[in-house]
Design a protein around this ligand. Sequence first.
Ligand SMILES: Nc1nc2c(ncn2[C@@H]2O[C@H](COP(=O)(O)OP(=O)(O)OP(=O)(O)O)[C@@H](O)[C@H]2O)c(=O)[nH]1
Ligand SMILES: [Mg+2]
Length: 514
Amino acid sequence: MTELSRATGRQIGLLIDRRGRIEKGVLGDAHQLFIPELGRSRGASARFRGLRLVHTHLRSEPLSQDDLTDLSLLRLDVVVVVQAGLDGLPGQVQWAHLLPPGTSEEMWRVEDRSSVHQWDENYLQFITDLENQFGRQERLRRVPGQENAVLLSVQTRNNPDAASSLAELKRLADTAGLHVVDSVLQRRRQIDGRTVIGKGKLESVLLRAMHLGAEVLVFDQDLSPSQLRNVATATDLKVLDRTQLILDIFAQRATTREGKLQVEIAQLRYRRPRLALMPTAMSRLTGGIGGRGPGETKLEIGKRRSGERLTRLEKQLSKLAKNRDMRRQRRKRVGLPLVSIVGYTNAGKSTLLNRLTNSSVDAEDKLFATLDPTSRRLRFPEEREIILTDTVGFIRRLPDDLVQAFRATLEEVVQADLILHVLDAADPDFDLHKDAVDEVLSSLGAEETPTLTVLNKIDAVPASEWADLKNQHDGILLSAHTGEGAEGLLNIIEQRLFETAAQESNFPGQSGTD
Ligand SMILES: Nc1nc2c(ncn2[C@@H]2O[C@H](COP(=O)(O)OP(=O)(O)OP(=O)(O)O)[C@@H](O)[C@H]2O)c(=O)[nH]1
Ligand SMILES: [Mg+2]
C-alpha cells in the first residue's frame, strides 16, 4: 500500500472485515480519502461496523479530524494510518478506536506505534472486548423502551425565546416517550438555510450524539423538506423536528376514530412533500418515533399512494364532521348552552372540568394529556344546565397541518356560547402562552365569542401578586387544584349565560318562551 501510495501520490485505504478480508479499496488524493457509502447502520448502538480502515498518509500528517469523524460516525472498528515513506516503505503508525461513553470525557483514543511490525495484541480479542464494554455501558444508560434523543435549537435575534421553547421541546420529547440525553442551543446571527444549525456545529453535535448513544435528533425549528434531506444525509440518526414530534404525540394519544383520522391526515400532509424529496432508502427517516402511533405502518406507504390515501381519509373525516354537525344541531334544539374550556397545554383545563363537574377525566402533568374533546353536563340550581367541553390544548407554533385537520373539532369549540380561556398563572411564560392561544382562537374565528379569562394555579402564586394579576389580565383567580375561586367562577358563568340569555331568549328551553 505504501509503495503504491508513494508511486501514485495518493492516499490509499482498505476496509477490512474481522476475518481479514478486504471489503473495499479506496483511492484518495494527496490529502484525504472519501469513504464510499457503507449502507446505513442502526445509529449509535453497541455494535461496531465490523470493518477497520487501514490507510496511508503521504506527508507525515497525524490522524486527521476527518479520520476521527469517520471512525465515530461510521462506527468503524478502528482507523489505522500508516505513513508512506519517501522510499515507499511503511513508517510511523497511528491508530484510533472509540471509547465507551461514561468511562471517559474523550470520545476516542489515539495511539502511536513506531512500525507496522510492532503489533502484538490479538486484534479480534481486543475489538470483541471493546464492543462488550460498549454493550455494558449501553445497557446501563438505556431506558428500556425509550430511544435516546439529542435536542437542537438555534437562537437568533428573531427568536429571543429559543431557550424556553427548547425547554418546552424537552417536555414534548418526554411526553413522546423519548429519553433526552442532551440539549444544544446554538447562537447564530441567522438560521443556516441548509442545515438550520451551522455545518461545523452539526458535525460536532453528531459526534456527541454518537458518543451519548443517541438514535434520534430533534430540531426545535421546523425543517423544510430540503433541510431535512440535508441533515438526514449527514447522519444515520433519525431526524425529527418540532412539528413531527407534536404529530407523533398526537398519533400516540388519539383514541377516537375522528381523532385518529385527523392526526393521520395531518401527518400525511406534513410528510408528503418531505417524502418526495427523500431518496427511497431514506424514507424511513420520515417515520415517527419507535414506530408507534396509529398511522405509523400506513405512513410507510409509497409516495404515490399516500396522495390517494389522503383523499380517502379526508372524505371519511368530512362524513364524520357532518354527523358532528347534526349532533350539535340537536344539542342546540335541546337548548343547552355550550361552554368551551380552551388554553395552553398543561394549563389545567381538564382539572378545571373535573372540579366544576365532579368528574374524573384524565388530568396529568403532561403536554397534550387531552386530545379528544370531552363534554360533561353541569347543573346549576334552578334546573339550569349547561354543557362544558374540555379539549385539546394549544402550543406556540401549533402545526398548521394540525389546526387544519382539527378544524371541525376546534370550530365547534369556538362556536360555543362562552369560552373559558384557562391560563397557568404560575408559569413564567404566561404572556407568551396567552398570545399563542389568542392567535389560534382568532385564526378559528373566535373573536365574536364571549370569553372569560381564568387565571388558574394561583395556589402556586404568592398571594401578594394576586391583585396585580387580576387587574392586569382582567381575569378570574382560581385554583382548580384546591377549588379556591371555583364557586365565584360558577356564579359568573351562570350570570353571563342566563341573565343575559333570559333577556334575549337565546335559550328557549331555559327561558320558558319556547
Ligand atoms: N398547583 C396547581 N396545579 C394544577 C392546578 N390545576 C391543574 N394543575 C396541574 O397541572 C397539570 C396539568 O393539568 P391538566 O388539567 O391535565 O391540564 P390540561 O390543560 O388539561 O393539559 P392538556 O390536556 O395536556 O393540554 C396537572 O399536573 C395538574 O395537577 C392548580 O390549580 N394548581
Ligand atoms: Mg387536558
